[in-house]
Write a protein that binds this ligand. Structure first.
Ligand code: SF4
Length: 331
């Protein structure tokens, strides 16, 4: 029997034993949807001195070449590229660079409402920090979510405060929970009967594996605690060492060693087992800037990483969430 036919995992119509973002968009919007990244020039409280200076040790803004170009121009350029690669039914304008709920509220309102009205847009993605979700911002997110579905993606990275301090994250886990709870409550208020990821407003959490000083147990604990928060989506990243970041200095001096591929893929399989079956898995590896990537070089081979995860999940008869009903215990 083929891996696909043998697959017992319910939120998949392929051999994938976890709910891919692609599966989710096909179910929700009737076909593949492409993300189009937008840069509205938001900075970050962890850089401008409000919460910290210098930012997270791995953070790199990239060229930010799109700043100054209108959202419409960025979007047109993005869909032209995506349209050449895939046959899609819609696009997801994604506010990715910087902290996209941090800044002048009327400028943010204009940006979100403009994006909501872009031709072909089916959903918005908004990347931000949980400590940038004040009442005005929550009201704006609720207003935007009445126009178009919105997925707010919060960087958590690790639940361990000692790691947050080591990477200069600029907020603690308690800070994260405060913003997360208010956003999650709002999302459930707006769509009380929606299944995860299908409401007007959805909440995603980002985790990073391979943060300095973390053990496998630490990373499994981050996945387990994240699972208990029941987000609509989880993105699992691999820590990338990018040129001209503080982390690059640590890497150059031998103070930081990136994860090996086999350790990473095995860890992700175990994390997937801990996450609720209905949670959308937005990503299972990093998305570094190719030109700036110093290490690990194996992370460039994304298909190989995904295949290794699929192969291990199949060989061990594992599936996303298969430990959840069993008290989330690890083997
Ligand atoms: S919170 Fe995000 S934008 Fe801010 S410093 Fe960290 S990685 Fe960079």
């Amino acid at each position: 029997m083929s891996q696909q036919k043998e697959n017992p995992y319910p939120y998949s119509d392929t051999n994938k034993r976890y709910q891919t973002f692609d599966y989710y968009t096909r179910q929700r919007f009737g076909g593949k949807c492409a993300k189009v990244t937008l840069d509205i020039g938001c900075t970050c409280p962890n850089k401008d001195g409000t919460r910290g200076k210098g930012g997270c040790i791995y953070c790199k803004d990239g060229s930010r070449s799109a700043i100054g170009e209108g959202i419409g121009v960025q979007y047109e350029n993005g869909i032209a590229v995506a349209g050449r690669k895939w046959k899609v039914v819609g696009y997801i304008p994604y506010f990715q660079s910087g902290t996209n709920t941090y800044g002048d509220i009327s400028a943010l309102r204009q940006a979100f409402f403009t994006a909501a009205g872009l031709p072909g847009a089916v959903m918005l993605g908004i990347g931000t920090r949980a400590d940038c979700l004040g009442e005005e911002i929550l009201e704006l997110l609720a207003e935007t979510a009445e126009k178009i579905p919105v997925m707010v993606e919060l960087g958590l990275q690790s639940v361990h405060d000692r790691t947050a301090e080591r990477i200069n994250r600029g907020h603690s886990f308690v800070d994260f929970l405060d913003g997360y709870d208010r956003l999650y409550h709002l999302a459930r208020q707006l769509s009380p009967d929606a299944k995860p990821g299908y409401g007007k407003l959805s909440v995603g959490i980002h985790l990073i594996n391979g943060l300095p000083g973390e053990t496998e147990e630490d990373m499994l604990a981050s996945a387990s605690v994240t699972a208990s928060l029941r987000p609509d989506m989880v993105k699992i990243h691999l820590l990338h060492v990018l040129r001209d970041t503080a982390l690059a200095g640590w890497y150059g001096s031998g103070a930081y060693t990136p994860m090996e591929k086999e350790a990473y893929t095995h860890l992700v399989c175990r994390q997937l087992r801990l996450l609720p079956p209905e949670t959308i898995i937005g990503r299972i590896t990093g998305d570094g800037m190719a030109d700036d990537l110093l290490a690990p070089q194996w992370s460039r081979r994304k298909t190989e990483i995904a295949n290794a995860i699929d192969k291990e999940m199949y060989a061990r008869k594992w599936a996303q969430g298969d430990l959840v009903s069993d008290g989330m215990k690890l083997d």
